[in-house]
Design a binder for this molecule. Structure first.
Ligand SMILES: O=C(O)CCC(=O)C(=O)O
Length: 290
């Protein structure tokens, strides 16, 4: 199959207006994803796009390449504006069940035309008893892992995102012909761990969005990105908040860049960054000396 071959979209509605808070939450609870049309203004989408281009591509991104900034907010004043965007924050409150929220993690991705697909995976696999990576330390809660804007749009032809409907349940099993890796992180063809399942997998939903639409998906939802067959760089950015309690502790000291970001945050937004941990992307536990 080619990148644009796809299974039929679900019969139920999964795209909503920002005011349909209950319907968005219900779709995310029931099916593990939702689209929110026009979640931010086109002007704010434009500002976020400008910040991605200015920061993530600080050094030119080569043809065919993808690049990710996993602490994007520390360099992107535009993303902080989401915290002052009423419809967006009402949705965060509804999805997280509280108004007492902390900046959890942010990212921005640039994918150049020709960049390869990203196979089906979850951001919250079975966790080891003690974290072995930064993702293990951060992706521990039942808050949505996907709160993404695809700021040049998401479509099957341009490296857009797809999800597997209903795959967010902890006991989800893949359809016949597919299997999960040992820690449940990846979906692959049964009998061949090297071959990721493609977009033909039953349940796959291609997410077609405009620059100011929000893609929501749940903590465990399996997702994948199409190969980028378009002609211009694909830009995306995500911001996840988490409830302040229970308090999350991480095994790294606050990075200097995070400290500077917190200090520079305007006083009226400071409560959101009180508890921000930053990220040490290459953190690994110390191996005790033999
Ligand atoms: O859109 C992409 O490039 C993939 C995003 C993704 O898979 C992730 O954030 O885990």
């Amino acid at each position: 199959m080619t990148a644009v071959d796809q299974v039929a979209p679900p019969a139920y509605r999964f795209a909503f207006a920002p005011r349909e808070l209950d319907a968005i939450a219900a779709c995310n609870d029931e099916h593990g994803f939702a689209i929110v049309r026009g979640a931010i203004t086109p002007a704010l989408a434009d500002e976020i796009r400008t910040d991605i281009t200015a920061t993530v591509t600080g050094a030119p991104v080569a043809a065919l390449e993808s690049r990710c900034d996993v602490a994007f907010i520390e360099r992107a004043p535009s993303l902080l504006k989401l915290l002052e965007c009423d419809p967006y924050m009402r949705l965060q409150h509804r999805l997280l069940g509280t108004t007492d929220l902390v900046m959890h993690r942010t990212a921005a991705i640039i994918r150049q035309p020709g960049s390869p697909p990203i196979g089906w995976h979850t951001d919250m696999p079975l966790l080891p008893p003690a974290p072995r990576s930064a993702n293990d330390a951060l992706n521990r809660g039942e808050w949505p892992n996907g709160m993404w804007f695809y700021l040049t749009g998401s479509s099957p032809e341009t490296g857009g995102l797809a999800v597997i409907a209903d795959s967010h349940r902890p006991d989800w099993t893949p359809p016949a012909g597919y299997a999960l890796s040992g820690n449940r992180q990846f979906v692959h063809r049964a009998g061949d761990q090297a071959v990721h399942g493609g977009m033909e997998i039953p349940g796959a939903v291609q997410l077609v969005t405009a620059a100011n639409d929000l893609i929501v998906f749940a903590a465990r939802t399996y997702h994948a990105a199409n190969p980028h067959l378009g002609g211009a760089a694909r830009l995306s950015a995500g911001m996840a908040l988490r409830p302040r309690r229970p308090r999350l502790t991480v095994p790294w000291p606050l990075p200097e860049s995070a400290r500077r970001f917190i200090a520079a945050t305007p006083p009226h937004l400071r409560r959101y960054v009180d508890g921000y941990t930053g990220i040490v992307a290459d953190w690994r536990p110390e191996v005790p000396a033999a």
